[in-house]
Design a protein around this ligand. Structure first.
Ligand code: NAD
Length: 481
């Protein structure tokens, strides 16, 4: 079984502690590799390497930084199949999904920011004939990038690519639950010739490695994606140190289905937005509100379609839904199904874990679950479950469904289905979320601002927002006379 290594100063090295954590394959429930159990001492080494690399990396011509990032993107694409398989084994997600989404998007994160940094321009403000202002944008220095387990390589690269493109040196920490593809990425970065110390990857527990990154005085910014509770803890530590913070947190996204929608497209996409990646995407629509005249038809078709989803070995090509990421997470999701029953919910399909045979007999599987009969403000409909569990509810008016949709502490994404153009604009405007998808889901232009409101986060990623986050503006005012 493989022992993963930290990537510090361009080398793959063991953690200072010499200790390792078990890394499980969710589909089999078995340990299949070991993750460095790093601590503050490894972070210290990584920061020293990053500090040493920064003076050269930060003034490396943009074209050269872009060339290196594009080279990494190309290597990811060349290794698509092996990376997708590794991601599937590590997370439990279907290998077909990793091939179609996670790995191609990781490659496009690098190529997008390689190109974006070349096109990144700063502002100039002329004061008639008296003075001219221009804004310089400088890299911040050493920055921390901390990512979650649900889309491991995709979200890790979504942070480190803009950080590196803007000229920063990075201390990256992938989730200890899904470290494999970040480890494989460190090898690709070596192959691409990324200079030592520019990207350092330290594996291990959040409260040890992540906390040490957030508390380190020489790390000037933290880009974090993960749970809202962890975001609160990171802000508590990093905000008094005046670090720049970007926090992408949890969600409880509503799907608003009006009776005038394109029904077939809506039904197929709502199955995807509920159950893709076992419902473990922060953007999944987990509360589906359906206009009353359509409710019964939708309910019958939605349940029938969910029952057709093939739950199985993630490495098999025709599997629709794989295993959830950990035993602990499985227990959490099942506890929410129990809560839904206590709150008066009726289970229309699923509602239980699943025992598979053969290789996956001890894996962590949950049947796609649809629940009705709950009020919009019960705990099941207010708290993030992050699994293959979705609730459905009827509504009668636009105002009513907006109240339901906006009622949670979260505000990441909303999904709206209607063919009525004025309504599409009107409702989009009133939804309290950072992202609204109208008649689609997960369509992602990397130039657009990405992030949430309320407890879904602070700040935006994506496009120029990310390059702005990872640079410090400096205004230079030149008197002309
Ligand atoms: P998590 O908060 O438990 O962990 C995320 C990362 O933070 C991991 O690398 C973890 O080791 C680290 N961490 C944990 N404690 C820490 C601490 N005290 N200091 C610093 N780092 C620490 O989240 P998770 O369970 O891995 O991921 C699921 C959550 O992520 C869900 O809530 C989901 O909605 C959210 N998420 C949000 C987005 C988004 O873009 N808004 C995207 C994906 C996932």
């Amino acid at each position: 079984m493989e022992y993963l290594k930290n990537h510090i100063n361009g080398e793959l090295i063991e953690p200072v502690s010499g200790k390792y954590l078990d890394n499980y394959e969710p589909a089999t429930g078995q340990v299949y590799s070991f993750v460095p159990d790093s601590d503050a001492r490894d972070v210290e080494r990584a920061v020293a390497a990053a500090e040493k690399a920064f003076p050269v990396w930060s003034v490396t011509p943009t074209q050269e930084r872009a060339r290196l990032l594009q080279h990494i993107a190309d290597l990811i694409t060349q290794n698509l199949n092996s990376l997708a398989r590794a991601e599937s084994i590590d997370t439990g997600k279907p290998v077909t999904l990793a091939k179609r989404m996670d790995i191609p998007r990781a490659a496009s994160n690098f190529s997008f920011f390689a190109s974006a940094t070349i096109h990144f321009a700063s502002e100039s403000h002329a004061m008639e004939d008296s003075a001219l202002n221009y804004t310089l944008r400088k890299p911040l220095g050493v920055v921390g990038c901390i990512s979650p387990w649900n889309l491991p390589l995709y979200l890790f690269t979504w942070k480190i690519a803009p950080a590196l493109a803007a000229g920063n040196c990075v201390i990256g920490k992938p989730s200890e639950i899904t470290p494999m593809t970040a480890y494989l990425l460190s090898k690709l970065c070596q192959e691409a010739g990324l200079p030592p110390g520019v990207l350092n990857i330290v594996h291990g527990y959040g409260p040890k490695v992540g906390a040490a990154i957030c508390a380190h005085p020489k790390i000037s910014a933290i880009s974090f994606t993960g749970g809202t509770k962890t975001g609160i803890e990171i802000a508590r530590v990093a905000a008094p140190m005046f670090k720049k913070l970007s926090l992408e947190l949890g969600g409880k996204n509503p799907v608003l289905v009006f009776a005038d929608c394109d029904y077939a497209n809506m039904l197929e996409t709502t199955i995807r937005s509920a159950f893709t990646n076992q419902g473990e995407i922060c953007l999944c629509g987990s509360r589906v509100f359906v206009e009353r005249p359509l409710y019964e038809k939708f309910k019958n078709d939605f349940v029938a379609r969910a029952k057709q989803l093939k739950v199985g070995d993630p490495l098999v090509e025709d599997t629709d839904q794989g295993a959830v990421v950990s035993q602990q997470h499985k227990a959490k999701v099942l506890s929410y199904i129990e809560l839904a029953k206590q709150e008066g919910g009726k289970i229309l399909c699923g509602g239980h874990d699943m025992k598979l045979s053969g290789r996956c007999k001890d894996g962590w599987f949950i049947a796609p679950t649809i629940i009705e009969g709950l009020s919009y403000d019960c705990r099941t409909n207010q708290e993030e479950i992050f699994g293959p569990v979705v609730t459905i509810m009827p509504f009668d008016s636009e105002d009513e469904v907006l109240d339901y949709a906006n009622s949670t502490p979260y505000g990441l994404a909303s999904i709206l289905w209607t063919q009525n153009l004025p309504r599409a604009h009107r409702v989009s405007d009133q939804l309290k979320s950072g992202i609204v998808w109208v008649n689609c889901w997960m369509v992602h232009d990397l130039r657009t601002p990405f992030g949430g409101v309320k407890q879904s986060g602070v700040g935006r990623e994506g496009g120029l927002e990310a390059l702005r986050f990872f640079t410090e503006p400096k205004n230079v005012c030149v008197k002309l006379k």
